[in-house]
Design a protein around this ligand. Structure first.
Ligand SMILES: [Zn+2]
Length: 290
């Protein structure tokens, strides 16, 4: 299913595979002035194509914020039908070309599916549309190939998955938490009027403050985790104390997202500044894809 909503000249799409009329694990794409930022999941590629008629909403350019399957899903169909040029981080290009280079756990195949191949080119520092110039900002952490797009005249930030709202209770094992926090601080320093994130929940009420709060919150969580670790707690004890039991996400993703991973990505990262030096921590399996 595909929902659309207008934010001034920007059209926001929320896309999800639906089961019995209900969508699960929405992802987002945004269209403005001939530019499409991300393309949703493969299951909604036909709906997205129909929502982008060339006379009203041409798609000259697609920019992928990163190569996760829920952001590149309609690339292949749109490029084939509309002739769009696709830009992404150089690290994303081999996956665009051959999506099977990125292993998909069962839940990812069920909710977002395998994208069709597409051909991309490296994103330069600026993306130009007829009326706008958007700066490409490297924002690694969620994935090494992550970029965000910022339109300084209008204060629009298309942040992909660099910013995920709410308090974390689970994570993938391959997140680089130090880089996530650094990227959040980079984004929070921008003058932002509207935040268009990968979840599709658009923020227009002091978005930079919200991004900064998330960075601070993650920093605090890291300090708590390192303090508990220094006092002798192992990952399971730390998880139990800070988050309680695993959430439904753990079961849906068969452990690809877990509270234990969330603890361990912090333990793998050096604690901030003067804290005790972290020794390499055993990393339990199950993560590492994508
Ligand atoms: Zn992602």
């Amino acid at each position: 299913m595909l929902e659309e909503r207008q934010y001034g000249p920007v059209v926001g799409f929320r896309a999800a595979r639906s089961f019995l009329g209900r969508g699960y694990y929405f992802t987002a794409a945004y269209w403005v002035d001939g530019l499409l930022v991300d393309s949703g999941c493969s299951f909604t590629d036909g709906e997205l194509l129909r929502a982008l008629p060339p006379d009203r909403r041409p798609v000259t350019t697609i920019v992928n914020t990163h190569c996760h399957e829920d952001h590149i899903g309609a690339n292949g169909l749109l490029q084939q039908r509309l002739g769009s040029r696709i830009h992404a981080h150089p690290l994303a290009l081999p996956v665009l070309d051959n999506p099977h280079l990125q292993p998909l756990q069962p839940y990812r195949r069920v909710f977002w599916g395998w994208p069709r191949p597409s051909r991309g080119e490296p994103a330069n520092e600026w993306i130009e549309t007829e009326h706008h110039r958007l700066r490409v900002i490297p924002t690694p952490g969620h994935s090494p190939d992550h970029i965000a797009l910022y339109e300084p005249q209008r204060g629009w930030l298309f942040s992909g998955d660099a910013y995920i709202g709410g308090r974390d209770k689970a994570a993938r094992g391959d997140y680089d938490v130090r880089s996530i926090i650094r990227s959040l601080r980079t984004l929070a320093a921008l003058d932002i009027t509207a935040l268009f994130p990968g979840s599709g929940t658009v923020r227009q009420n002091h978005p930079a403050d919200e991004i900064l709060r998330k960075a601070d919150q993650m920093e605090e969580l890291g300090a708590q985790i390192h303090a508990l670790h220094a006092s002798g707690c192992d990952s399971t004890e730390i998880r139990n104390r800070l988050f309680g039991r695993e959430t439904s996400l753990y079961f849906v993703t068969l452990g690809h997202f877990s509270g234990i991973h969330l603890v361990e990505i912090y333990l793998r990262a050096a604690p901030d500044s003067s804290g005790p030096a972290s020794t390499p921590v055993r990393f339990s399996g199950g993560g590492g894809a994508g």
